[in-house]
Design a protein around this ligand. Sequence first.
Ligand SMILES: NC(=O)c1ccc[n+]([C@@H]2O[C@H](COP(=O)([O-])OP(=O)(O)OC[C@H]3O[C@@H](n4cnc5c(N)ncnc54)[C@H](O)[C@@H]3O)[C@@H](O)[C@H]2O)c1
Length: 434
Amino acid sequence: MNTKRILIAGLGYVGLTTGVCLAELGHSVVAYDVDDEKIVQLRKHSLHFREPELMDLMERNAGAGRLEFTSSCEESMRDVDIAFICSGTQPDSNGAADLSDVEATVQRIALGATKPFTLVLQSNVSPRGSFERLSVVLSQYLPETISAAVVVNPTFMREGSAVFDFFHSDRIVIGAWDYAAAEDIATLYSPLHCPVVLTDPVSAQLTRYASNAFLTMKTCFINEVARIATQVGADIGSVTEAMGLDTRLGTDFSEDNKTFNTSCYSGDVLVLAALAEDNGGQAALLRAVIENESGRHLLIRTLHDALHGITGKKVCVLGLATHGRADEAPNSPVHEVVTTLCRQGAHVHAYDPDSDRINLPVTQWPGIRYFADAYQAANGSDAILVASDWPELGGLDWGNIRVHMTGNTVIDGRGMLSPDTMRELGFDYLALAS
Ligand SMILES: NC(=O)c1ccc[n+]([C@@H]2O[C@H](COP(=O)([O-])OP(=O)(O)OC[C@H]3O[C@@H](n4cnc5c(N)ncnc54)[C@H](O)[C@@H]3O)[C@@H](O)[C@H]2O)c1
């Protein structure tokens, strides 16, 4: 294999996972972040977020000398063939990415370059104008004798299964005007044996926004059907299974398509709608998705209806992250639901199988009380919201919980429970999707 010297700039979910996985494929990876403390911790093999499998792979590849961490971008650019930009992009109110961190990263990479290289943009940036803007910044700071190609390579990895998603990609999308550079990046991924789409940079960027907007729309749709199913007494699990067997629809109404989309999906729908409108078009469907988005509003509305108002009600939230075993951004959907409930005057009793989650900012909100035991959290509650996909939550003694609740409403946001069993136990059970 033709191994490359690769720099990864920005070590959040995307950058660290990409770097570790590329090292696992045999490349020599130097991983850089502007946050010095993060580098100190990573050198000690301490991760700043949890992601299944990542720690093992990181230790193995660092031990084998294929992965090192640095806080000096310029020095680390020596002999680099490919530089990935994975720094964060904070969205504005229209969802559009703030380019300042990415621009700063491009500048440092350019200043440190010692030979021709390919710059790979993985951070989310708007399909309109950002590729050109970053190409200009690159050429401004590159030494005159050195050339660089720019390639867009959007990532579709999900928090909670990022390593799995890297090695089991459905497709790789690469956008560039320089065909040779695009092919070079495609070769990096050839051990993954998945389809590769080579296209122009704008189409590659638009693909990411369109894919995530479509997934969000799917969630909104199936959550509406789930609500109708509850009203007419249908089993949403059977409905989604039967729908999914239609190859035009696909089998996957599961996993991501349950009540909560990740916050980056929501941002992507906003970007797409704004893109259409800024160019004189309309985005009625996307605006309806934004209005409806991800079941969060539906969930609050459903609780309102079931409890005849939320103020003063005791709501037990089981699980403080959509994907139990992974960490999530502070503005994650579960946190948004919890803070909305608190704002509306509910007393939230929270429990998570991971006791470290007591330290989350959301657990400091007035109105929330954290319990180290699920049964104590549920005790005396008017309603329970199952917000995480921890298998433990499915295995709780729900008969016992029912006896000690004040109300009988259970909203299953992650499809963790059996509808029949829950109804037999006397719960007013609602799965927003399963
Ligand atoms: N998290 C996801 O699931 C996901 C999925 C697909 C795409 N993305 C996109 O990928 C990008 C990175 O996402 P993330 O979730 O890993 O972000 P993150 O905020 O978790 O991490 C970004 C990292 O970049 C570092 N950084 C900031 N400025 C820097 C600079 N000038 N030089 C070097 N490092 C710098 C920060 O210290 C931080 O460690 C974003 O544009 C995001 O929208 C994220």
